[in-house]
Design a protein around this ligand. Sequence first.
Ligand code: NAD
Length: 359
Amino acid sequence: MTAPQQVNQAPALPHSPRPIILIGGGGIVRDAHLPAYRKAGFGVAGIYDLDASKAQALARDFGIPRVYASLAEAVTAAPQDSIFDIAVPASAIYGILRELPRGSYALIQKPLGETLDQARVLRDFCQAQEITAAVNFQLRCAPYVIAARELIDRGILGEIHDMEVRVTVETPWHLWTFLEGIPRLEILYHSIHYLDLMRSFLGEPRGVYARTVRYPGLDKLAGTRSAMLLDYGDFLRATITTNHHHIWGPRHQESYVKWEGTRGAIKATLGSLIDYPKGIPDTLEYITLDDGRPGEWQSIPVKGSWFPDAFIGTMSSLQRYAEGSAWDLPTSVEDAYRTMALVKAAYQSSAAGGIPILE
Ligand SMILES: NC(=O)c1ccc[n+]([C@@H]2O[C@H](COP(=O)([O-])OP(=O)(O)OC[C@H]3O[C@@H](n4cnc5c(N)ncnc54)[C@H](O)[C@@H]3O)[C@@H](O)[C@H]2O)c1
């Protein structure tokens, strides 16, 4: 077995990257999409945003050759083999997909619509129009996640019986004004990454127990803190807890994913979420049994981070699928639909409440 220290942390790249057409040029495009593509050497042919000044500023800062005045112009001017990279609020996705030529390739920012009904419409539309579409669930491609998956595939954990995501941070919700007034927030827009991640490691859960709660005084925001337990039967505990209002400074902020098995454990800290969007370095550690007893925790230096490196992975997987160098599309709209179904079930569980205590 290769030494765990030598574990791969980077996604496979396409042989001949296709040009990217950006639709939407907001915060995530500036902070993650474009820095990732620059790092990977992917070419962006043009950009369109409803707010032309944002598109122009990004074009200037990242050397994008064309700013389109309309979506129609973006579609017409796009080279034939382009990948459309859609990064707009969920409510705007359908209007954009409808303008894409039949047979296009598209990477869509999560979530896949605001509800499961919308997700179904988007998925079915892509199928009907033969649009090959993936959803940008890029946490699956964060360097520490790629490494953890490889270690797990090598069998160092034995049987996994525990997977935990815990986030205690101060999230600047005010950066996303489109979140104000929407009925579903934290699970749909943030924890959805963890639900998707758990599905990618553990498969489909039988069900979910969940509760999401609001923060006092934030009248415009729906639930911003959540606790969820995915039901994988009697021997596997899978939990997600997020507190985005830990306003008490960095000392007790934390954000990690941990996998525990019968023969070892892996813990990755997600530095990107601390002091977002600046972030702090990530860490990756593992431990295994040594002569039947726990050895020492070992550190693996993390190369890159969730933001922006993971964004190389989701774009690469669609590019590779498009060029035929990969046979599957892990975050296809069909797969993303199942994550959306889990989101819906979580909100249903939260609304239904716990078992009343009768005495
Ligand atoms: N880790 C992640 O995957 C991650 C992180 C942050 C945001 N996001 C997602 O990315 C999307 C955008 O988030 P953001 O932070 O960039 O928001 P933002 O508000 O900063 O930017 C959204 C941009 O979309 C543009 N826009 C809206 N409708 C449009 C349309 N019909 N055509 C063209 N442009 C349009 C707006 O003008 C704005 O510039 C959201 O769906 C969000 O959930 C994902």
